[in-house]
Design a protein around this ligand. Sequence first.
Ligand code: ZN
Length: 287
Amino acid sequence: MIEITAEIRAIIDKAAVSAELAGDEYIDPADGLIHCKKCKGQRQTIVPRFGKPGYFMPRCICQCQREAEEQRKAAEERQRRMERIKRRKAQGLQDRYLYDYTFANDNGQNPLMDKARAYVENWKEAYKNNTGLLLFGDVGTGKSFFAGCIANALLDRDIPVLMTNFPSILNRLTGMFTEDRAAFIASLDEYDLLIIDDLGVERSTDYAMEQMFFVIDSRYRSRRPMIITTNLKLSELKNPPDLPHARIYDRILERCAPILFDGKNFREENAGATKAAAKDLVNRKSE
Ligand SMILES: [Zn+2]
C-alpha cells in the first residue's frame, strides 16, 4: 500500500461515500478504507494506476476471509479424497464381502493378524523394497481375511490396491483380443499392491497357465509387491509338477515371504534376503 497523503485521502473519502458495504464491513476513519468488523483487517486497498494519473481502490481479502477460503479448500480436498477412496475401493474390492475384511472386524483370535497390521504400518518400506507375502495353509485359516484387511487399510489411506483371483482375471481375459489382454494385464501393475486370492483353484489348462504366467511375470517385472493366498502347500509350490507351474511359482517364491496359516500357530520359512527383510518388517511392533 502507498503512503496516504492529504490528496489521496481526499480521493479515498470521496469514494467511501458511494462504497457498498457488506453487513460485516465498515469504513475505518483512520484510513477511510473498508475493513472487516470481525478481524478489523483491510478489505480494500489503494494502488496507483500504472503509467497514468489516479488510483485504483480494489477490494482485497482480510485474514478471516483468507482462513475461510483455506478451510473451504481443505474441506473440498477431503471430499475429493473420500470420493477417490470410494472409487478405488469399488475398483479394488470387486467382491462385496471383501468390504467386511477389516481390522475393525478382527475378532483377535488369530495371532498372525499382528503381521497384517505390521505390513500396513511398514507399507512404504514394503512398497519400496517390493516385499510381497505368500499366505499359505488350509482352507478357513483366515488367509483371505488377513489379505483383505491389508487391502482395506491401504485403500483407506488412498493407496491403489486390487484384490482379485485368477478365475476372475481369466474370465476378463476370455474373449479379449491379444492386444487388449496385454493392456489389461499391464493395468494390473498400476495398482501399488496386487493381491491374488486363492492361487491354485483355477483350472490348469495351457491357456490358463500361460495367462497366469503373464500376470505374475508382468507384476514381477514391475517391481511392485504382490500378496498371494493359496491352499497349496509350500512343498507343492517348491516342487511344481511341470515347467509352466515352475515359472509361476518361482517368481512368487522369489518376491513373496511365506507365512503359514495352520490355524493354531505359525512358522516362517526364511531363505534369501527378501524373506529376511519381510520377516523383520512384518514382525515389527507398531509404534
Ligand atoms: Zn476479517
